[in-house]
Design a protein around this ligand. Structure first.
Ligand SMILES: *[C@@H]1O[C@H](CO)[C@@H](O)[C@H](O)[C@H]1NC(C)=O
Ligand SMILES: *[C@@H]1O[C@H](CO)[C@@H](O)[C@H](O)[C@H]1NC(C)=O
Length: 160
């Protein structure tokens, strides 16, 4: 060890341990409101894109009253007011049924960032009938899009 190595490594440790600790000790740091806002804006735009694409692809498929996407929770605080585990479960199910998964994967990725720890897994049952399945997907996509509009609106009111 040279005479300069000591102080240099100590400085290195000081500078970099902090960063290392903050990135490793809290694997899920609480999201800042600005981060939540960014994720919601992203999700809202993705949900609209996905819905528009699906409507174009499956022309004339009607929505159905039989399906409900659990969107919001009683918690008034974003991101806790979004039932992201239920939405996540729906999109993981729809991903298995869809031909093009790129947008769905992006949505799941964004939802991952919102997901509370240890959220219980929910099962989503999918209709076996082909047309009914399309109605299920369309209805879910539409409700998700409306859900994101609602959340975004509530966020915007909150920041005014
Ligand atoms: C989220 O949705 C799931 C599935 O419907 C439901 O069981 C759960 O109670 C909801 N969570 C909250 C906090 O509302
Ligand atoms: C989901 O469904 C599978 C297969 O039907 C079942 O084994 C599992 O226990 C269910 N999980 C929940 C959380 O209901």
């Amino acid at each position: 060890m040279g005479s300069h190595a000591g102080p240099t490594s100590a400085l290195f440790l000081l500078c970099c341990m902090g960063t290392w600790l903050s990135s490793h000790l809290s694997p899920i740091p609480p999201l800042q409101p600005s981060e939540v806002q960014k994720i919601i804006v992203e999700l809202q735009s993705l949900s609209k894109q996905l819905l528009d694409d699906y409507v174009k692809k499956e022309k004339g498929v009607p929505t159905s009253q039989s399906y409900t996407l659990p969107c919001l929770t009683p918690d008034p605080q974003p991101p806790n007011n979004i039932n992201s585990s239920a939405i996540q479960a729906h999109f993981k199910t729809i991903r298995q049924l869809a031909d093009d998964n790129s947008v769905i994967n992006e949505i799941i990725e964004q939802l991952d960032k919102l997901e509370a720890q240890d959220a219980p897994a929910t099962n989503v049952s999918v209709p076996t009938d082909t047309l009914e399945r399309k109605r299920f997907i369309l209805t879910t996509l539409q409700q998700f899009s409306e859900c994101m509009n609602l959340v975004l609106k509530s966020l915007n009111y909150g920041t005014q």
